[in-house]
Structure formats: structure tokens, C-alpha cells
Design a protein around this ligand. Structure first.
Ligand code: HEM
Length: 119
């Protein structure tokens, strides 16, 4: 069987690093940083990496809420959504992820838009 996206991204170690980088980039991205002003960033990095690991075909260990429940009532705009995608791409570039895998992750994230934007 072909390797999962999880394997091709480098497994838990690389995905944990990418996830921490995504959260750090959000905290310094002026378009979205205010959204995370009250966040427990240690916990956020943990659940984001669990979500990423589980969602790319790794072990099933996500302990957070589903995407619609988490983002409901936040009034998130399409511009903010693109800012999150930009940070995900920057974090993958920083960690040496190849274009094919970046495209697959981007597609997975983009497909979640209806549960996140203006829900
Ligand atoms: C595909 C895009 C996105 C994904 C995969 C995603 C994923 C997640 C995950 C896994 C959590 C943690 C859930 C939990 O605590 O149980 C979360 C929380 C959150 N997300 Fe998103 N998110 C996305 C887009 C966005 C956007 C565009 C915004 C607004 C700028 C946003 C703002 C937040 C905030 C404010 C929290 C709560 C943070 C906290 O509890 O400290 N998210 N998101």
C-alpha cells in the first residue's frame, strides 16, 4: 500500500513541529493574531498537531472538538481563512515539505471552509 500523507510528511515528529510553527505564525500574523490573544498556546499546539496527525492518516488521537463546533459564533471571514492557509504553507515550507504534499494538505484544509467561515 502507498504511504499515507502522514508518512510522507515525516510522521509525528515533523507534523508536531509544523503545527507548533503554524500556531507561532498565527500569533505574529496581524490578520489573525488578535483571535488567539487569550489562547493557551501549549494546549493549542498539542490539539492542532493531534488534528493534523489524525487528519493525514496517522494514529487517531485527536482530543479536540469538531471544526464547526470550535469555530461557530466566531464570525470568521474568508480573509482570515486564507491567512490561516498562508501560515500553514509557510510552516510546511520552513520544514522542507515538498510541493505535492503541500498541495494535498492545502486541499484538505480548504475543504473545511464551510465549517469555519461565517458559521
Ligand atoms: C482549515 C482551517 C482551520 C483549521 C484546520 C483549524 C483548526 C483548529 C483546531 C484543531 C482548533 C482547536 C480545537 C479545540 O480546542 O478543541 C482550533 C481552534 C481555534 N481556531 Fe481554528 N482552524 C482553522 C481556521 C481558523 C480560522 C480562519 C480562525 C480565525 C482566524 C481560527 C480561529 C480559531 C480560534 C480562535 C480557536 C480557539 C483557540 C483556543 O481555544 O485557544 N481557526 N482551530
Amino acid at each position: 500500500m502507498a504511504d499515507t500523507l502522514y508518512d510522507r510528511l515525516g510522521g509525528t515528529e515533523t507534523i508536531t513541529q509544523i503545527s507548533a510553527d503554524i500556531v507561532d505564525l498565527h500569533l505574529s500574523n496581524p490578520l489573525i493574531a488578535p483571535r488567539f490573544a487569550q489562547s493557551d498556546t501549549t494546549r493549542l499546539k498539542k490539539v492542532v498537531s493531534e488534528f493534523f496527525i489524525t487528519g493525514t492518516g496517522g494514529p487517531n488521537l485527536y482530543t479536540g472538538k469538531d471544526m464547526r463546533s470550535v469555530h461557530q459564533g466566531m464570525n470568521i471571514s474568508a480573509i482570515e481563512f486564507v491567512a490561516v492557509l498562508d501560515d500553514a504553507l509557510a510552516a510546511m515550507n520552513k520544514n522542507g515539505i515538498a510541493q505535492r504534499e503541500q498541495e494535498e494538505v492545502l486541499f484538505i484544509l480548504y475543504s473545511m471552509r464551510a465549517d469555519i467561515i461565517l458559521v
